[in-house]
Design a protein around this ligand. Structure first.
Ligand code: PLP
Length: 450
């Protein structure tokens, strides 16, 4: 009966898109993508686009890696599913856990697999709650995160997310979640004074903990570089200072490396750059490079042992999901890790980051650009109406929407945040020429909008 309707009509009528206005979508319709190879995407109308955002900061190895498809197919033929419940398991999940323990900062020895980032954060909140109960500190139920942070949209994690959109109309009470200011150098009165920015964050965390009562605070969550908040890059040394402060205050330190993991900022994990080991770490996206869904929660021995010792041996710890440690996702994860390491993609990302930096620097003098910033292959271009005062464009201009649309016309995809911040996260497999192409197309887009 519906056979003559176009895909776009069906999409408009039936598919609810994540983080998208229902009515806006009915009005504009979808941009349906059809295929991809390396850095390049093709849409259903045959347009070729260079992807400067790796899908949604996830396709770090680029599109069309045949060896990943083969790893998935081979695992599906051999054993498409094995539960992790009741002591069952599968070889790929075990091997992937081992590799994550080996690759991550020393001391993160235990891995719980999830389906993505939101439920990795949700699992962290639940296990932390269990941990504090188990070690006899049941009053530790308050969580602190950063303004402008994004930690997914599960019912618990959405509260740690401090972006207004994720709360408008979703007002389930989350009174146990609190925020301190984002270390945002460009928009700080302390711009240029890294030590003072770090000291202020440390003081704000101490003040917040004092206000809530140290005995009541469970953990502090942060992204090493805030992604969805507009690629906010804190000064070098910030992460280490926050780790040390959490240790002093006896609260758990959780890094959400869903975006920054797997070479996005240079090293395998952003924590490594500052020699920091968190108590827990959340991962997703680059773990399977977006080819199939998977996330992970890494846990230190301290947290694991606390939970283990506090529970009666024969009583199950009631947290789980049917697809935790899914063998096909794990097989894909193993092949993706092989591509990063033996396949040389992590090293290529580190090499081409120099070209990425040059591209950002080349746009700094553009009349619309107030700030460019980045680390590794994670970057942002912040547009302003006035460079001197850093005034933002009038929201009524809907510049972010126009930017995205113009960029699409110019054959480049990036993220255009509401504050007119262009987010960039190209795949780590990019060549120098492709990196230059990305920046040429962005420059043209900005010129077109002048
Ligand atoms: N944490 C961070 C830092 C993220 O950037 C995201 C997603 O962008 C999430 C958690 C949620 O991950 P997912 O969308 O896989 O649920």
């Amino acid at each position: 009966m519906h056979s003559n309707r176009s895909l776009l009509d069906i999409d408009r009528d039936h598919l609810i898109h994540p983080v998208t206005s229902f009515r806006g979508h009915e009005a504009h319709g979808a941009l349906l993508l059809e295929s991809g190879k390396g850095m390049w995407l093709k849409d259903v109308e045959g347009r070729e686009l260079i992807d400067a955002f790796a899908g949604l900061w996830c396709v770090n190895v680029g599109y069309g890696q045949d060896s990943i498809a083969e790893a998935a197919a081979e695992q599906m033929r051999r054993l498409p599913y094995a539960t992790g419940y009741f002591h069952f398991g599968s070889e790929p999940a075990v091997k992937l856990a081992q590799q994550l323990v080996d690759l991550s900062p020393e001391g993160l020895d235990h891995v719980y697999f999830t389906l993505g980032g939101s439920d990795a954060v949700d699992s962290a909140i639940r296990y932390i709650t269990h941990y504090h109960n188990a070690i006899g500190k049941p009053e530790k139920k308050q969580f602190i995160a950063l303004e402008r942070g994004y930690h997914g949209s599960s019912s618990t994690g959405a509260g740690l997310t401090a972006l207004a959109n994720f709360h408008r109309g979703f007002d389930l009470p989350l009174r146990w979640q609190h925020h301190i200011a984002s270390p945002y150098p460009y928009r700080s009165d302390l711009e240029g004074d890294d030590a003072a920015i770090i000291a202020r964050s440390v003081q704000e965390l101490k003040d917040k903990v004092a206000q809530l009562g140290a005995d009541n605070v469970a953990a502090f969550f942060c992204e090493p570089i805030q992604g969805s908040g507009g690629v906010i890059v804190p000064p070098v040394g910030w992460l280490k200072a926050m780790r040390e402060t959490c240790t002093q205050l006896d609260i758990l330190f959780v890094t959400d490396e869903v975006i920054t993991g797997f070479g996005r900022t240079g090293p395998m994990f952003a924590c490594e750059a500052e020699g920091v080991t968190p108590d827990l770490m959340t991962l997703a996206k680059g773990l399977t490079a977006g080819y199939v869904p998977m996330g992970a929660l890494l846990m230190s021995g301290k947290v694991y042992e606390g939970i283990a010792n506090g529970a009666a041996p024969e009583v199950a710890i009631g947290h789980g999901a049917t697809y935790s440690g899914h063998p096909v996702s794990a097989a894909v994860g193993l092949e993706v890790l092989r591509l990063y390491t033996d396949g040389g993609i992590l090293a290529n990302g580190q090499r081409v980051a120099t070209r990425f930096d040059a591209g950002l620097a080349g746009l700094a003098n553009h009349p619309m650009v107030g700030d460019t910033r980045g680390r590794g292959l994670l970057g942002a271009i912040e547009l302003v109406a006035d460079k001197g005062s850093k005034a933002r464009f009038d929201p009524g201009l809907k510049l972010a929407d126009r930017l995205f649309a113009k960029a699409y016309d110019n054959g480049v995809i990036f993220r255009a945040f509401a504050d007119n911040i262009i987010g960039l996260a190209p795949a780590l497999c990019a060549s120098d020429g492709e990196m230059d192409e990305i920046f040429a197309r962005i420059a043209k887009t900005l010129d077109d909008l002048l």
